[in-house]
Design a protein around this ligand. Structure first.
Ligand code: ATP
Ligand code: MG
Ligand code: MG
Ligand code: MG
Length: 439
C-alpha cells in the first residue's frame, strides 16, 4: 500500500477523552472513530488488525475440529423467554420492538439461539460431539463503556458452543478449548493466563477466564508467579486425545491463579511468599461448562445409546476479538507508539523514502516494495513529499515491526537502513539483503 493512496487519518493531538494508552494510540493512529458511546467505526488500519485476529481465531478453532458458522446479531425474544433469561439478563440487553410490536434484541451472547438450532436438527447421540462457533458482533448496554474498544457496547466476539452426551465428554471439549485459547493468544504475542473465575449470568460452575496482565486491567487477580513461565509453544496437539488435552489443562491450571471473585486467601497463602503476586488483568476470553442448564430449559435432548432421551451437556467459550486489540497495545507499546507483534501487524514493513522525487530513491523504493510484495508480505510505502522526521514519527506511531529507510546517501554506497521497531536497532544493508531479513 502506498501511503498517498491509503486512508490513515493520524491525529496530531492526543485526544483528551482517552484515559488509557491503547485507546489513545488507537485514536491517534487512525484505527477507530467513535460513532456513539462505546460504538466504533473500524478505520482501515484498525480493520486490518481486527481481520488478522479473526483469522488466527478461525485457524485455531478449526485446527481443533470446531465448526464455523454465522448467526444473526438480532434475535427473537421468544427463545430468551423460554430459557428464562429475558427478564434475568437485565439492562445490559438492548431490547428492540419491530413495526409489528414483536420483541427482538441485539444478542449479547448466543446460548439460546444455538441451542434452538441444535435441537431443530440433532436427535441422536451418534451425531455428537459437535462444537459450533461464530465470530459476530455483540451488543451489551454497558453502564460505563470506556477505554475504547476494551469495554465497548458493540463489540466483536468469538463464541463457541459444545454439545456432548455427558459431563465427561463435555469436559474434554472444555479442555480442548483451553488448549486452543492458549495457542490463539500466544500467536498474538500475548501472555494470557487461565484463571479460575466466576460464571456470572451464563451460569455453571466450571469456568476459567484468560487474563492479560496490565495495570489498566479492570480485574484484580492473584497468582503464583510460576504460571508466567508456562508456554504451549508449537508442540503437536492431538485434539481428539482426551488424555493430552487434560494433561495440558492440568499443566496450566495447577498453579494458583484466580480472579477476585474466586480468590481464597487461605489457599493463596500456601504459595511460597516470593512467588505470590497480586496484579491487574484484562479479561480476553472465558470458557464455561454449564451442563444441562440450557438443554433442560429448552428441551434439547438426544436419544442415548439405550434409546432414552437425555439432555445434552453444553459449554460456551468466548474470545473478545475487538477487546484484544486494546489488550495487545496495552502489552506492547512505548512512548512513541504501538509495537505490533509480528503475528498481528497490519503491515510487516514500512518503507520510508527520504527524498521523494529523487529518481534513484524513488526507483529503489519501488523495487523494494515489489520484492516485499513478491514474497507475500505487506508493505506500507510512505511516498509522501514530507520531511524525514514526520515520516519516522508516523511509522513509530503505527508500530510496524520493521522499517526500511531509503535515501540518496545510502544508495550511493549501495545500502538502505533496516530498523527494528521493538529494539530500535538499525543496520545498513544492500536492499535485497534487507528484504531477505524480513522473512
Ligand atoms: P467483562 O467481565 O469484561 O464485562 P464478561 O465476563 O461480561 O466481560 P463474557 O460474557 O465472558 O464477558 O464474554 C466473552 C469475552 O468477550 C470476554 O472475555 C471479553 O474479552 C469480551 N467482552 C465482554 N464484554 C465486552 C465489552 N463490553 N467490550 C469488549 N469486549 C467484551
Ligand atoms: Mg460483562
Ligand atoms: Mg467477566
Ligand atoms: Mg467473562
Amino acid at each position: 500500500m502506498r501511503l498517498t493512496r491509503y486512508f490513515l487519518p493520524v491525529l496530531k493531538e492526543t485526544p483528551s477523552e482517552a484515559k488509557i494508552v491503547s485507546h489513545r494510540l488507537m485514536l491517534r493512529a487512525g484505527m477507530i472513530k467513535q460513532s456513539a458511546a462505546g460504538i466504533y467505526s473500524w478505520l482501515p488500519l484498525g480493520f486490518k488488525v481486527l481481520r488478522k485476529l479473526e483469522n488466527i481465531v478461525h485457524e485455531e478453532q478449526q485446527r481443533a475440529g470446531h465448526i464455523p458458522m454465522l448467526m444473526p446479531t438480532l434475535q427473537s425474544a421468544d427463545l430468551w423467554k423460554e430459557s428464562g433469561r429475558y427478564d434475568a439478563y437485565g439492562p445490559e440487553m438492548l431490547r428492540i420492538r419491530d413495526r409489528h410490536d414483536r420483541d427482538i434484541l441485539y444478542g449479547p451472547t448466543n446460548e439460546e439461539l444455538i441451542t434452538d438450532i441444535f435441537r431443530s436438527y440433532v436427535g441422536s447421540y451418534k451425531d455428537l460431539p459437535k462444537t459450533l462457533y461464530h465470530i459476530q458482533w455483540k451488543f451489551r448496554d454497558e453502564v460505563r463503556p470506556r477505554f475504547g474498544v476494551m469495554r465497548g457496547r458493540e463489540f466483536l466476539m468469538k463464541d463457541g458452543y459444545n454439545f456432548d452426551i455427558d459431563r465427561e465428554a463435555a469436559m474434554h471439549a472444555y479442555n480442548r478449548h483451553l488448549v486452543t485459547y492458549l495457542r490463539t493468544y500466544e500467536r498474538m504475542g500475548l501472555k494470557a493466563i487461565p484463571m479460575r473465575a466466576d460464571s456470572g449470568p451464563i451460569g455453571g460452575e466450571d469456568t476459567h477466564e484468560f487474563l492479560v496482565l496490565a495495570d489498566t486491567g479492570e480485574s484484580e487477580v492473584f497468582y503464583d508467579a510460576a504460571i508466567t513461565d508456562l508456554a504451549l509453544g508449537d508442540r503437536e496437539v492431538d485434539f481428539d486425545s482426551v488424555e493430552q488435552c487434560r494433561d495440558i489443562f492440568d499443566e496450566f491450571t495447577t498453579h494458583y491463579a484466580r480472579t477476585d471473585e474466586t480468590h481464597d486467601p487461605a489457599v493463596f497463602d500456601a504459595v511460597p511468599q516470593e512467588r505470590r503476586r497480586t496484579a491487574r488483568g484484562i479479561e480476553v476470553g472465558q470458557i464455561f461448562y454449564f451442563g444441562t442448564k440450557y438443554s433442560e430449559a429448552m428441551n434439547a435432548r438426544v436419544q442415548g445409546p439405550d434409546g432414552k432421551p437425555v439432555p445434552v451437556h453444553m459449554g460456551s467459550h468466548g474470545i473478545g476479538v475487538s477487546r484484544l486489540l486494546g489488550a495487545i497495545i496495552e502489552a506492547s507499546h512505548d512512548d512513541k507508539g504501538i509495537i505490533w507483534p509480528e503475528g498481528v501487524t497490519p503491515f510487516h514493513v514500512g518503507i520510508v523514502n527520504l527524498k521523494q522525487g529523487d529518481a534513484e530513491a524513488d526507483a529503489a523504493c519501488e523495487a523494494i516494495y515489489a520484492s516485499v510484495t513478491a514474497v507475500g508480505l505487506d508493505a506500507l510505502y510512505d511516498d509522501r513529499n514530507e520531511r524525514a522526521g514526520g515520516k519516522f514519527a508516523r511509522m513509530d506511531l503505527i508500530g510496524l515491526p520493521w522499517r526500511i529507510t531509503v535515501g540518496p546517501r545510502g544508495l550511493a554506497n549501495g545500502v538502505v537502513e533496516l530498523t527494528n521497531r521493538r529494539t530500535g536497532e538499525s543496520e545498513e544493508l544492500p536492499p535485497e539483503e534487507a528484504v531477505k531479513k524480513l522473512h
